[in-house]
Design a binder for this molecule. Structure first.
Ligand code: GNR
Ligand code: NI
Length: 181
C-alpha cells in the first residue's frame, strides 16, 4: 500500500515469506487488470527488493499470488524490469550450472542447472506485450522468479538431504527469533 503524507509518497517494504512457509507453494493467478493498485504493488516490490539487496522478487514471496515479477540484475541498480504474466516461448538446449540464492531462503547458496538462454513473452505495467531474449544471470533470475510463481523454490532442485538440512536450520533460527521478540 502507498500512502500520501503531505508531499511525501510513502512506499512500503513488504514482509518476505521464508522457506518452508506453505504459502510459497501457492500457484499465482494471471493479472487481468493493469490498474493503479497494481502499479503501487510494483513500486512496493522494487522497494522491498532493493532494501533486501536482491536482484529479483516474485509476488509470491510477498504473499501476493499474482503473476508479477520485478528484477534488476545491473550492478548500478538502475535497470528495473517488470514482467507481468510472463511465459517462456523457447529455451536453449544448452544448460548451465549457476550458484543461486533466494530472499526466502536466507543464507544458503547452491548450484542449480537450468537452460542457458530463454525467450520470454510478458506484459509491462501499461499492458503492452514484449519479448525478451535473456542469457547469463538475467536468464537464471527470470527462471528462478517464474518458478516462484508456480510454487517452486530453488531448494526443490537439491538433494533431499540438503533440503532437510536447510529446513531444519531455518526453522531453528525462526524459533530463536521468536524467543527474543
Ligand atoms: O537476490 C537474488 N539473487 C539470486 C542469485 C542467483 C540466482 C537467483 C537469484 S534471485 C534472488 C532474489 C530472489 O529470491 N528472488 O526470488
Ligand atoms: Ni527467490
Amino acid at each position: 500500500m502507498q500512502v500520501f503524507f503531505g508531499n511525501f509518497l510513502i512506499m512500503a517494504i513488504l514482509n518476505i515469506l521464508q522457506y518452508p512457509d506453505s504459502r510459497l507453494r501457492i500457484k499465482a493467478k494471471p493479472i487481468e487488470l493493469f490498474d493503479k493498485p497494481l502499479k503501487e504493488t510494483i513500486a512496493d516490490m522494487f522497494e522491498t527488493m532493493y532494501a533486501s539487496k536482491g536482484i529479483g522478487l516474485a509476488a509470491t514471496q510477498v504473499n501476493i499470488h499474482k503473476r508479477l515479477i520485478v528484477l534488476d540484475v545491473s550492478p548500478e541498480r538502475d535497470r528495473q524490469l517488470v514482467l507481468l504474466n510472463p511465459t517462456v516461448l523457447k529455451t536453449s538446449e544448452e544448460k548451465k550450472l549457476h550458484d543461486e540464492g533466494c530472499l526466502s531462503v536466507p543464507g544458503f547458496y547452491e548450484s542449480v542447472e537450468r537452460p542457458d538462454k530463454i525467450l520470454v513473452e510478458y506484459f509491462n505495467s501499461d499492458g503492452s506485450k514484449h519479448q525478451l531474449e535473456a542469457g547469463g544471470l538475467l536468464s537464471v533470475c527470470i527462471q528462478h522468479e517464474m518458478d516462484h510463481l508456480n510454487g517452486k523454490v530453488f531448494v526443490d532442485y537439491l538433494s533431499r538431504l540438503k533440503q532437510h538440512r536447510i529446513q531444519k536450520k531455518l526453522i531453528k533460527e525462526k524459533a530463536k527469533l521468536s524467543v527474543i521478540n
